[in-house]
Design a protein around this ligand. Structure first.
Ligand code: ZN
Length: 143
């Protein structure tokens, strides 16, 4: 099911997201719907607040779709500047410096813990979506 995407300045985009206590069927459905919504919008990432859910979940679609629940970035190495847009801020793009390589820990859609290393665009995408869970948006990087 395609979900509505919240646009700036919707206040939900500024909320700090709470941890997901249990990965139940509702969360699995939410993850599936978020992936569908991201793909239909031609995005490469979508975070909970962007669909009005103030919970620590985001999905990415850089390679194949991936779900991150209660994510933690445990390592950041180097730096890389990429032009980024956001489905909640249509038409805006900013050059943003982020870590080039990261290590992430999270739960998948089945509630199982996983760890991965990402680089370049995938790393930027994860850091962008991770920002959403803290209420941080790309406009906050503008000097
Ligand atoms: Zn975004």
């Amino acid at each position: 099911m395609k979900l509505g995407i919240k646009k700036y300045p919707d206040p939900v985009l500024r909320e700090k997201c709470s941890k997901i206590k249990e990965v139940d069927q509702k969360i699995k459905d939410l993850a599936d719907n978020m992936i569908e919504t991201m793909q239909k919008a031609d995005g490469i990432g979508l975070a909970g607040p962007q669909v009005g859910v103030s919970k620590q979940i985001f999905v990415t679609g850089v390679d194949k779709p991936k779900v991150f629940i209660n994510p933690k970035i445990t390592k950041r190495i180097g730096s890389n500047v990429l032009e980024e847009g956001c489905l909640s801020l249509p038409g805006l793009q900013f050059r943003i410096e982020r870590a080039n390589k990261i290590k992430v820990e999270a739960l998948n859609k089945e509630g199982e813990k996983f760890e991965l290393e990402a680089e370049g665009l995938f790393a930027a995408c994860i850091q962008h979506e991770f920002d959403h869970l803290k209420g941080t948006l790309i406009i906050d990087y503008k000097d």
